[in-house]
Ligand binder design. Structure first.
Ligand code: G
Ligand code: G
Ligand code: MN
Ligand code: NA
Length: 256
């Protein structure tokens, strides 16, 4: 169908590029890293949001190619920032990896090869997978995630709280970072049960030795609550929206 053939052309032309959204340390709001969020720079339609093409890309398997382009562009950008003296050691970019990509048994090796090509350290890049993609691809995920981790990449569980029975996987899989879904953060100042939930998740993460990022922080209230709860990191429009590389470069200049 039409979108599929358009996606094929776009892959050939390299029209996919990562935007970068800051992740900050709480309560200081010092820069900690970025999440890479793909955009399709369409020659006629302009910037197309991933919501409009990721589902089709996953259904057709084309996400495998788009995902590799995002990973490669992200690494090229980190190498450029380092070469320009804009990269402090310990900073990272977290890249979303679809469950469909986890069906490729060579994915860990492909990421590691790119890492060598751009002469990066594995801690420069984190791999973000959603709770549901892990559950839907359990057999592969249990093999591939430890392999990705063996190359030195940290693993982030994305959208935590939105899937099923996440708690058992947390202890069985080698996740380093847990990203609390923004649906929990959105009303945290108005609904006390959300506060209880988030506090409990933070306690659990501490016991498991995991770092936590609260997603979708939009207000000062939310920022204060999460800082008071000792949530280590935050991400959201309160700090910055996802931005093109040029703006992210300016963000790093200010962060240094
Ligand atoms: O910025 P936002 O509209 O950027 O992204 C919407 C959704 O698209 C995100 O929640 C995320 O799940 C997905 N997404 C964004 N970038 C990528 C990517 O590079 N790969 C995959 N698989 N999903 C992405
Ligand atoms: O991969 P993930 O599903 O976590 O992607 C993050 C999504 O959340 C992207 O679409 C991004 O643009 C969006 N996002 C980031 N910060 C905020 C925020 O503060 N509020 C809202 N509503 N969305 C956000
Ligand atoms: Mn994500
Ligand atoms: Na999320």
């Amino acid at each position: 169908f039409r979108l599929e053939s358009e996606l094929r052309v776009a892959i050939e032309r390299g029209e996919f590029e990562p935007f970068f959204q800051p992740i900050v340390a709480l309560p200081t709001t010092h820069h900690a890293g970025f999440e890479a969020l793909v955009r399709w720079r369409h020659p006629q339609r302009g910037l197309v949001s991933p919501a409009e093409f990721i589902p089709a890309a996953e259904d057709t398997g084309l996400i495998e190619w788009i995902g590799m382009q995002v990973m490669q562009s992200t690494m090229r950008q980190v190498a450029a920032w380092r070469a320009e003296g804009l990269w402090r050691e310990g900073w990272y970019v977290s890249v979303n990896v679809s469950g469909v990509q986890l069906r490729d048994v060579r994915i860990a090796d492909k990421f590691a090869a790119l890492l060598r090509q751009y002469e990066l350290t594995p801690t420069d890049i984190r791999v973000e997978v959603t709770e549901s993609s892990v559950i839907e691809n359990k057999d592969v995920a249990f093999g591939l995630l430890p392999e990705i981790k063996a190359h030195g990449f940290l693993l982030c569980m994305d959208d935590f709280g939105t899937g099923y029975s996440s708690l058992s996987y947390l202890s069985e899989l080698p996740f380093d970072v847990l990203k609390i879904d923004r649906s929990f953060i959105h009303e945290i100042s108005r609904r006390s049960e959300l506060l209880v939930l988030v506090r409990t998740v933070l306690g659990l993460s501490r016991e498991l030795g995991m770092m936590v990022v609260a997603e979708g922080i939009e207000t000062e209230d939310q920022q204060t609550i999460l800082g008071d709860l000792d949530c280590g990191y935050g991400q959201g429009y309160r700090f910055a929206k996802p931005m093109p590389a040029q703006d992210a470069t300016r963000w790093l200049q200010e962060a240094l």
